[in-house]
Design a protein around this ligand. Structure first.
Ligand SMILES: [Zn+2]
Length: 438
């Protein structure tokens, strides 16, 4: 008989929901070595196969892959709740953009992103797809937090305190990408804000860079009916078909919101193998509409979940997004079978990883993948009884039930406490920024 193999970590759990394959394992352990998952096996068999350097017993928990927040503007956490009860256009033009032009700086982005990272980690989010100014300052915060991120290099056709024109945005984005090219948990995407804020000439440049450098394109698209109506009046095309004509669509295209789509738009997303990021709470709060998720899924479009920024949500909470996505899909389709819990959980994990191009590394608890793992405690009164852990993860559990989080095998949340971020400092910075912004 072989000697037990030394490994870094064994996590025993009451339940494991690996996503791949579908289903739930009972009384199993997750075995981690050198940051990666090396086995999932019944806890009773671990001693004969493995000699762990650390072992964690989570006897009333469910282990799931780290949640992927497939669209956010992390630094906007400092603007949480700054303007409620407004439609997108007024919210942006009368409140968000003026506030940003006065206050946004590398310091603002670093503090806001670190705050968002703290909130996301405590809520079981281990990977974020971010889009904001000063991506170098955001990257610094993500690196310090240990959170995985796809960082958008923002592009607009108008000047902001961050950059003067499209070429300046691109140059600054590429400089940030160069500065963090050796950071193992960070990758970069081109992030043109939206079809209506970026003209054809700039889109041509973005498409050229995306192809040359093999970079994803992360953009808002078809968020409101006004956007679609204005686009049709200007060019006769829907925003999505315009981006398709400009060559922006493809498997690395991440289209956020995608609320107002017609049949041709959905067909294009499907044939180009694009990903859509559904942000149900943001879409509801800004009254943008209900994205046609059932129709997209029926055509095989990959749909991930995002919180959007805390200024339009006002939480970075994928547990609430999962539940609301499921409920909204049911009421929109008038079909109680629409978007079952297992599918909502998959959207928040594996399908998010697919959207970001990270599916070979994260998104499921599969052997060989990075050990990005979240433990959800299921012992409190409001979670019992529990007949189906997957149903509970979507319809009952809250982010406060997350107790422990590992990223690449590193324990970044332990017993609800952040290991990589000074929580008191984050709170103090938030109070200081509130004083300056109000
Ligand atoms: Zn957004």
């Amino acid at each position: 008989m072989n000697e037990p193999k030394p490994v870094d970590l064994v996590i025993d759990a009451r339940y494991i929901v690996p996503i791949e394959p579908a289903g739930t394992l009972v009384d199993h352990a997750l075995v981690v070595d050198a940051g990666r998952i090396v086995a999932l096996a019944p806890s009773a068999t671990i001693d004969e196969r493995f000699a762990p350097r650390a072992r964690v017993d989570l006897g009333s928990h469910v282990l799931i892959p780290g949640l992927v927040n497939a669209h956010t503007h992390a630094a906007m956490t400092l603007m949480r709740g700054i303007a409620d009860d407004l439609p997108l256009k007024t919210w942006l033009e009368a409140h968000v953009w003026p506030c940003e032009s006065r206050h946004v700086s590398p310091e603002f982005v670093n503090d806001g992103t670190l705050h968002a990272a703290a909130e996301m980690l405590k809520g079981g989010i281990t990977c974020a797809n971010d889009m904001y100014f000063y991506p170098d300052a955001a990257a610094r915060a993500y690196e310090a937090a240990g959170l995985r991120a796809l960082i958008g290099m923002p592009v607009l056709d108008f000047p902001t305190p961050y950059a003067s024109d499209a070429d300046d945005y691109l140059a600054k984005g590429f400089a940030a990408r160069d500065a963090f090219k050796h950071s193992p948990r960070l990758a970069f995407a081109l992030a043109p804000h939206a079809p209506y804020t970026v003209g054809d000439e700039t889109w041509h440049k973005i498409v050229m860079y995306a192809r040359q450098l093999d970079l994803p394109i992360h953009t808002h698209v078809a968020e409101t009916q006004v956007e679609v109506d204005d686009a049709r009046a200007a060019s006769g095309e829907s925003p999505l078909l315009r981006l398709d004509r400009l060559g922006a669509t493809g498997p690395s295209f991440i289209g956020v919101h995608a609320v107002h789509l017609d049949t041709a738009d959905i067909e294009t997303l499907a044939t180009q193998r694009c990903s859509v990021v559904h942000c149900p709470v943001s879409n509801m709060k800004l009254a943008s509409g209900i994205a046609p998720i059932a129709a997209l899924l029926k055509r095989g479009v990959n749909v991930a979940l995002g919180t959007d920024g805390a200024a339009s949500n006002n939480r970075l909470d994928l547990f609430s997004e999962m539940r609301i996505a499921s409920l909204l899909a049911k009421v929109a389709a008038q079909d109680a079978a629409a978007l079952p819990a297992a599918f909502a959980l998959r959207m928040a994990t594996l399908d998010g990883a697919i959207a970001l191009g990270f599916e070979r590394e994260i998104g499921s608890l599969a052997i060989g993948k990075q050990a990005d793992v979240v433990a959800v405690e299921m012992s409190s009164l409001d979670l019992l009884p529990m007949y189906d852990p997957v149903s509970h993860l979507v319809h009952v559990a809250a982010r406060e039930d997350v107790t422990d989080v590992w990223i690449a095998g590193e324990r970044v949340v332990e017993a609800r406490r952040l290991a990589t971020i000074d929580e008191a400092a984050v709170v103090a910075h938030a109070r200081a920024w509130q004083q300056r912004l109000q």
